[in-house]
Write a protein that binds this ligand. Structure first.
Ligand SMILES: [Zn+2]
Length: 336
């Protein structure tokens, strides 16, 4: 049974005991895009026994440049990223448990989604979710691995509650949007996300095995200049999260709309949880525009807008960056 992991079992820092620990471990990957696909691919092949994969988005053609688990078929089939990732991972390793969660990871569901996991992997592309992960991880004493990548630069940091400084010791508050470089404005090389995702995956394995070799401090890379650096950071004695136990992002009510990174799209959350019948909705919307749907989502095109609706009532409105416009399109076509 361990034979498929033989190359890892003979590696003296893992061995048979380490492999069994990995098989008994549960990791959650939040966001399965450029970093998340690399992390999920490695952890599935390495035999981490249970992987939960959370993502709110669907696969698009422009993802394929760097999101290594996806194919053109996934784009054609309008698959949510979490679902597509799990389908491919099952072909890679059918002996581990894989769970797809097509949802927005936010303050209303964060605690439930991480309760049973041993480690949290950051595959997100935005600061507000990372601050939320930091809060929920500290509150429930779960280690998490931060990773970020833009253009030719990237960063990795391990946050181990009670042992290391936390993410808010590194960055006090989320940067004001529009003031940070994003993949949208400066692009990203697939080698950047590949390297950062690979390092996050091996840090996760070291943390799960309680290795003393875990990365301490922050790793930074610039692959165009071929520079790799590490720097130490201190615990911030006034840190609201790890020093005062104030979980401001976890206790914050989740905003009803979110601008999605680099997509000219807005995510709209329903006012309460809904259970939408996609075939019925398709029937109703057919008179008003172009509709297609599958088991996971419904896509409706009207004028310059495309609205993608999920069965829980969540929607992604493409063709606008105006939250008010997105809400009103939602009210008009999906209803409240
Ligand atoms: Zn802190």
């Amino acid at each position: 049974m361990l034979s498929r992991y033989s190359r890892q079992v003979v590696y003296n820092r893992i061995g048979e005991k380490g492999q069994k620990t990995l098989l008994d471990s549960h990791a959650v990957i939040i966001g399965v895009g450029a970093l998340g696909t690399v992390i999920a691919n490695n952890l599935a092949r390495a035999g981490v026994g249970k992987l939960t994969i959370i993502d709110r988005d669907f696969v698009e053609l422009s993802n394929l440049q760097r999101q290594t688990l996806f194919t053109e078929e996934d784009v054609k089939n309008n698959l949510p990223k979490a679902e597509a990732a799990v389908r491919h991972l099952k072909e890679i390793n059918s002996e581990i448990q894989l769970e797809a969660v097509v949802a927005d990871f936010n303050a209303t569901n964060a605690e439930k989604l991480i309760r049973d996991v041993d480690i949290i992997l950051d595959g997100t592309d935005n600061f507000s979710t990372r601050f939320l992960i930091n809060d929920v991880a500290l509150k429930h004493k779960k280690p998490w691995v931060y990773g970020g990548a833009v253009a030719d630069t990237g960063m990795v940091m391990n946050i181990i509650p009670g042992v290391t400084p936390c993410f808010r010791c590194l960055i006090q508050d989320p940067p004001v949007s529009g003031h940070t470089q994003t993949c949208d404005t400066v692009g990203v090389l697939n080698s950047t996300t590949g390297i950062i995702g690979n390092i996050q995956a091996v840090e996760a394995i070291k943390i799960l095995l309680k290795s003393e070799a875990v990365l301490k401090g922050v790793l930074t890379i610039n692959i165009w200049q071929t520079e790799f650096d590490k720097f130490e950071i201190e615990q911030d004695k006034k840190c609201p999260a790890c020093q005062q136990g104030k979980y401001e992002f976890l206790n914050n009510r989740t905003p009803a709309t979110t601008l999605l990174c680099g997509q000219n799209s807005i995510q709209v959350l329903p006012q309460q949880n809904r259970d939408i019948s996609l075939p019925e909705m398709a029937n109703r919307l057919q008179k008003l525009g172009e509709v297609e749907y599958n088991r996971f989502l419904l896509r409706f095109k009207t004028d310059q807008y495309t609205i993608t609706v999920f069965p829980d009532g969540r929607a992604i409105v493409s063709g606008t960056e105006n939250p008010g416009k997105a809400r009103s399109l939602y009210a008009q076509y999906i209803g409240n």
